[in-house]
Write a protein that binds this ligand. Structure first.
Ligand code: ASP
Length: 427
């Protein structure tokens, strides 16, 4: 099993590496159209396969996870503990982002001419992102409760609603006497096994999927010329770098501290076990699409118990986004600096609050964090058009923050397992 997992990790990595090489070559040789017509569709098929599994996976794994927790007191203990830790890690990630951005001051590096150029160039694209300006920070609470579960299950962006339904269903199942629910419990346990088997099948294609996704993203980000990309990155370089420094700090300083304080795992082994999911998160930019792999890695490589993984991870995929919240904090300060808006201590506290809510409310799909950034910007009075400025580098940052998002979920799963007197077994 271990060898199989390690092989999987290498194959995905090789797929990604070849994807970058192919993408660069395609930009160089002008195979733009070929890549978009003949390579990208396979990447889309792969993402669709993952998304296809996401809703059934969340539904059956949460219902069987919650019902296997057996009694309501255990369930509420684990539930509150999980949500509490998720909240703490998110607030810590935002604070790290704020500290880094206040040191690097990336907004002071972008020339006014470049700033104007980006605003004009990307303004129309922002208009298309269908940003809902009238939503307040508590909109996610309203969105949490579906009015129709079948409608919710047909939208990948409504996963939180499916989670809500599944948890309620699971709680009701636990509260009823065993003999009344045995058949349904068994049914969900068996459905869970079937969905896990589907995941195994789909994951066999992960290296090819990663190749196609990375190749097409490279070509798309590069546009028609490599020069344009390089100039984009150099002018938005300090901002990009600030987000990256913050994310790296979270993964290589903050999480290792958590893991060493609250679990018995060695962080290196933890990283090795979770790496296939990290590569997939990087390739897909979606925590939801990566969820099947995150669960597989946590259960098979880190030895997280099924009852914990199937509760903590689906919840984390949509609720816990440390990378996204950090990015939202950095982006807000960056844009404020560009518009010459001073954000004092109170404003920065507001950012902590709203970025927490915005990251909870962000769907676990590509680009969702940038759309929810609107809420954070609005809360401190930074013009929303500013998003146009950071649009160009959003995709690569999205790939990186998604890696952090799923890593955070896995860290919390280890912490919860340990706190429930379970050992995390890393082979
Ligand atoms: N793509 C991220 C995720 O799925 C969300 C975001 O930051 O846009 O985790």
């Amino acid at each position: 099993m271990v060898n199989k997992q390690i092989a999987q990790h290498w194959w995905i990595l090789i797929g990604m590496f070849l994807g970058i090489l192919f993408g660069i070559l395609a930009v160089w040789l002008g195979w733009h159209q070929f890549t978009l017509f003949w390579i990208k569709p396979w990447g889309t098929v792969f993402i669709n396969l993952l998304k296809l599994i996401a809703i059934p996976l969340i539904l059956v794994s949460l219902v069987s996870g919650v019902s296997n927790l057996n009694d309501v007191s255990k369930l509420s203990r684990i539930g509150f503990k999980t949500l509490g830790i998720y909240l703490i890690t998110t607030i810590m990630a935002i604070s790290i982002g704020l500290i880094v951005v206040n040191i690097t001051n990336p907004g002071k590096f972008l020339s006014p001419e470049k700033s104007l150029e980006f605003q004009q160039k990307y303004a129309s694209r922002i208009a298309q992102t269908d940003v809902e300006l009238t939503q307040g920070p508590l909109q996610f609470v309203v969105d949490l409760v579906p009015e129709n579960i079948f409608k919710a299950m047909t939208q990948n962006t409504a996963m939180l609603q499916v989670i809500f339904f599944a948890i309620l269903f699971g709680i009701a199942l636990v509260m009823l006497p065993e003999e009344k629910t045995r058949v349904v419990k068994n049914l969900f346990d068996q459905l869970n096994d079937i969905v896990m088997q589907m995941i195994h099948i789909v994951m066999l294609t992960a290296p090819v999927g990663a190749f196609c996704l990375i190749a097409s993203v490279t070509v798309e980000v590069a546009g028609d010329s490599l020069q344009e990309t390089i100039s984009l990155f150099s002018s938005l370089g300090m901002y990009t770098l600030t987000v990256i420094i913050g994310l790296v700090f979270v993964v290589f300083v903050f999480y290792p501290i958590l893991v060493s304080l609250f679990t018995s795992v060695k962080y290196r082994q933890f990283l090795k076990g979770i790496s296939p999911a990290q590569f997939l998160a990087f390739s897909t930019s979606s925590s939801a699409a990566t969820l099947p792999m995150t669960m597989q890695c946590c259960e098979e490589n880190l030895g997280i118990k099924k009852e914990i993984a199937s509760f903590v991870l689906p919840l984390g995929a949509t609720v816990n986004m440390d990378g996204t919240s950090l990015y939202q904090a950095v982006a807000t300060i960056f844009l404020a600096q560009i518009y010459g808006i001073e954000l004092g201590f109170t404003a920065q506290l507001t950012i902590i609050l709203t970025a927490t809510l915005a990251s909870i409310g962000s769907a676990a799909v590509p680009g969702a964090g940038m759309i929810m950034l609107v809420i954070v910007l609005q809360s401190v009075g930074v013009p929303l058009e500013g998003i146009a400025l950071i649009f160009a580098v959003d995709r690569p940052l999205d790939m990186l923050r998604t890696v952090v998002n799923i890593t955070g979920d896995a860290v919390v799963a280890c912490v919860i397992q340990k706190s429930e007197n379970g050992r995390v077994l890393v082979q």
